[in-house]
Structure formats: C-alpha cells, structure tokens
Design a protein around this ligand. Structure first.
Ligand code: IMP
Length: 178
C-alpha cells in the first residue's frame, strides 16, 4: 500500500485488507451467536456501508433478510430547520429485529436519527453494527452494539468511505496524511 492522492489531498495506508476482514469476521461471529433463534433484518445505511455490508453478510449464517436505507436531510419550510427523511424502507418492520449496518460512527447523529425514526415503526429490537467507531468524536449516549474497530478522530477513506464522493472502491482504509 502506498500514499495516494484523492482530489487535492494525500492519504496514507491505515488499515490493511487483512485486518479489516478480521474485524468483519469478529462482528459476524458475535451477531451469529446473538441471533441464533431469530430472523433479523440487516439494514445497510447507504452509501458508505456497502462494502462492509457485503463482506459481513458473507459471514452471517443465520436466516435473515437484507435491505438498504438512506437518510436524506433537507431544510424544512418552517422554522424547525433540518428535517430527516428515511428513503428506501419498503417492508413492514413491526415486531422485527433490526440490525443497522453503518460504515463508521462519528458524532452519532446519523444513528440516533435513524433509531428514532425506526423506533416509531415499532421494530421489536434495533441494534447497531459499525465497522469503525470514533469514540473521541461520539456525542451521544446510545449504545453501539457491534464495533469492528475503534479509531482516533482522524479522517479516513476507502472500503466504502469517501472523500467528496471518491475513494469508496479502495479495498483497504487510508488516513489523511498531513
Ligand atoms: P455521524 O452522523 O457524525 O456519526 O457520521 C456518520 C457519517 O459521516 C458516516 O456514515 C460517514 O458517511 C461520514 N463520516 C464520518 N467520519 C468519516 C471519515 O473519517 N471518513 C469518511 N466519512 C466519514
């Protein structure tokens, strides 16, 4: 792995493909163990989770269904400011066990909003699985159930994560080289 340039920034190798895959298998094995008797719905949060989601699901040996969602935010027309809307969820999740799959948890805003929206749809349980977690940036108190790796508060790229839309296709993770 070498230093790479994406747009105007330089990134250096950070997490190898091998270490990533070991983390993915660790998360999968915990989930396999916790849901032995259930049929969870894996909900991938787009766009960033697509690579983690694919690799994770290859190591899941449970009966399960999969779907993808996206949180779109737009400015409200009144004074309440930002409004969040969930895109993509077609199935009825009432009484179901949900596993939300994130690429990275940073401030935690995304997962708390998603949790709020999904709770209103009366899921039986909602758990969070994330490949990466930045504890120093996390501002919420909501527990994160499955974490692949904790990382410092640095900007990372690759394996689904982007810089201005670029770099998602890299098979390992890079960090900003400053
Ligand atoms: P949060 O709502 O602050 O937890 O941010 C979650 C989203 O921000 C992730 O799903 C990513 O899309 C993006 N994000 C946070 N940190 C990084 C990073 O280091 N690199 C690329 N994207 C990031």
């Amino acid at each position: 792995m070498d230093i790479i340039t994406v747009k105007d920034k330089s990134f250096k190798p950070y997490i190898s493909e091998e270490d990533l895959q070991a983390s993915v298998r660790k998360v999968a094995s915990k989930i396999n163990n916790d849901y032995k008797d259930g049929t969870p719905i894996f909900l991938g949060i787009l766009n960033g989770s697509f690579m983690f989601f694919g690799d994770l699901l290859k190591s899941i040996d449970l009966e399960c269904t999969v779907s993808f969602i996206k949180l779109a935010s737009y400015e409200g027309t009144n004074s309440t400011g930002e409004v969040n809307e969930l895109i993509g969820l077609k199935e009825n999740i009432e009484g179901k066990d949900i596993i939300l799959v994130e690429d990275i948890v940073d401030t935690g805003n995304t997962l708390v909003k998603l949790h709020e929206i999904l709770s209103k749809k009366k899921a039986r349980s909602i758990k969070i699985a994330t490949l990466l977690y930045k504890p120093e940036a996390y501002k919420k108190h909501h527990p994160i159930d499955y974490v692949g790796m904790e990382i410092p508060n640095d900007f990372v790229l690759g394996y689904g994560l982007d810089y201005d839309g670029l770099g998602r296709n890299l098979s390992s993770i890079y960090v900003l080289n400053d």
